[in-house]
Ligand binder design. Sequence first.
Ligand SMILES: Nc1ncnc2c1ncn2[C@@H]1O[C@H](COP(=O)(O)OP(=O)(O)OP(=O)(O)O)[C@@H](O)[C@H]1O
Ligand SMILES: Nc1nc(=O)c2ncn([C@H]3C[C@H](O)[C@@H](CO)O3)c2[nH]1
Length: 212
Amino acid sequence: MIVLAGTIGAGKSSLAEALGEHLGTDVFYEAVDNNPVLDLYYKDPKKYAFLLQIYFLNKRFESIKLAYRQNNNVLDRSIFEDELFLTLNYKNGNVTKTELDIYKELLANMLEELEGMPKKRPDLLIYIDVSFETMLRRIATRGRSFEQVETQPELHDYYAQVHAEYPDWYEAYDASPKIRLDGDKIDFVNNPEDLARVLKIVDGELAKLDLL
Ligand SMILES: Nc1ncnc2c1ncn2[C@@H]1O[C@H](COP(=O)(O)OP(=O)(O)OP(=O)(O)O)[C@@H](O)[C@H]1O
Ligand SMILES: Nc1nc(=O)c2ncn([C@H]3C[C@H](O)[C@@H](CO)O3)c2[nH]1
């Protein structure tokens, strides 16, 4: 299993799709389009943060269980990033200490379940690192209405917080081999040469792991 990681709008779904196509494997996308809580959360984070965290955690776990069935399936965001969002929600007063503790216990329980599976961890984590400016630009061009800073200026600070958490999160991540891609410089969406370069890097990593 290959997992993508990175801030909002970094390019995870785009690269996940390209990887799935290249490797002939399945892609498990983050539950965004049919998510009944996400837009409510963006409107009223205090009311919906805990529910949204539980929603994502549940969906993530479901995807992981399916993804493990075949080598090199691709997951658009890792379960290890969920705690990053949760902790921010706690810092911002969107979840209570009791909610934080309950969530953490549930997450630990779920991670323990994964330990019991034939394949315990992802084979490779690919972190897409983008600057804050790129993050904002991508969110704007993708244009999900509830994510727009233009209509909800307070999101600017929230996005800055999410963006700032990622470098330390990536440094601390040690559940599997990991690689970092510079998403500002590498345009794997519009430039076929850049995409070919990225696919070659990933193929190299998978070959090292005897997965190609
Ligand atoms: N390397 C890139 N170069 C140019 N445009 C990109 C690149 N990566 C992504 N984009 C564009 O940026 C937008 C966001 O990309 P994408 O949806 O793949 O991000 P994501 O990391 O999956 O976001 P989220 O965390 O919100 O799910 C899309 O419009 C996509 O076409
Ligand atoms: N609060 C919160 N907690 C999560 O675990 C989480 N995972 C994803 N997201 C948001 C970010 C994008 O808007 C959108 C797509 O990534 O969903 C989250 N938001």
